[in-house]
Design a protein around this ligand. Sequence first.
Ligand SMILES: Nc1ncnc2c1ncn2[C@@H]1O[C@H](COP(=O)(O)OP(=O)(O)OP(=O)(O)O)[C@@H](O)[C@H]1O
Length: 253
Amino acid sequence: MTAPIIAAKGLRKRFGAVVAANDVNVDIMPGTISGLIGTNGAGKTTFINMITGYLQPDEGSILLEGGEIVGLTPRDVTRRGVARSFQIPQLFNSLTAVENLTLAEAALRSRGFAGFAMLPDSALEKSARATLERFGLERFGDSLAGTMPEGIRKLLDIAVAMVARPRVLFLDEPTSGVSSEEKFPIMDRVIAATRADNMSMLFVEHDMEIVRRYSDRVLAFFEGRVLIDDKPDVVMNDTQVRTLIIGEEKAHG
Ligand SMILES: Nc1ncnc2c1ncn2[C@@H]1O[C@H](COP(=O)(O)OP(=O)(O)OP(=O)(O)O)[C@@H](O)[C@H]1O
């Protein structure tokens, strides 16, 4: 039997009276794409924050290929092969696309922002341009990140996360804030890159058409718990999911 690449067990997290994670158990299998859905405040971002080291769970364990990662810093989690994006792109707006990518790579290779010194490195630039090509962004190489359309910024932000060549990638609302015509091309690029590297990917998404089309399995969160974890059709047709989540998400999106 294949072992999960990530096994989250018994995760709990409270913020005062709010229980954001209430005994969350999730296995992520190698090479799979998981959609994560849930109402606003269901605990989706909290879950990603705990896995990627941005939040420490109050209780529970997160195993990456069998090794505990609770307690590691975000940087150390990234170094072990788990990358992420945020709801809002984390780009340097006054730098070009190539500079954003080379900076990310330099920072990974070095131990911090001493990486700035490595910006003119032609090998880094070549690698950045190859990444841009992979995402169909080559014509934006010399554009400033702050001047790009939102869909391009989202894609560039994901490309930056992938500089680490992660084995597992977490995307927090990769298509939020972009037009409905842009959503599918963005997902097509991201999924192609994910599959080409046999990466595991989990993405938070409010658009049910995107979830249905791109997920191998879907996790539905409600009030800090996993309501159901199954194939997309099973989850989408589940009565509780339809009543508690999909109805509300239609209004949301
Ligand atoms: N740092 C924090 N301090 C206090 N409360 C928080 C904090 N982070 C999250 N919460 C609360 O925990 C609950 C879960 O939040 P979370 O952001 O994980 O939900 P979500 O499912 O990602 O929602 P959305 O779809 O709106 O992004 C919410 O009630 C939220 O207000």
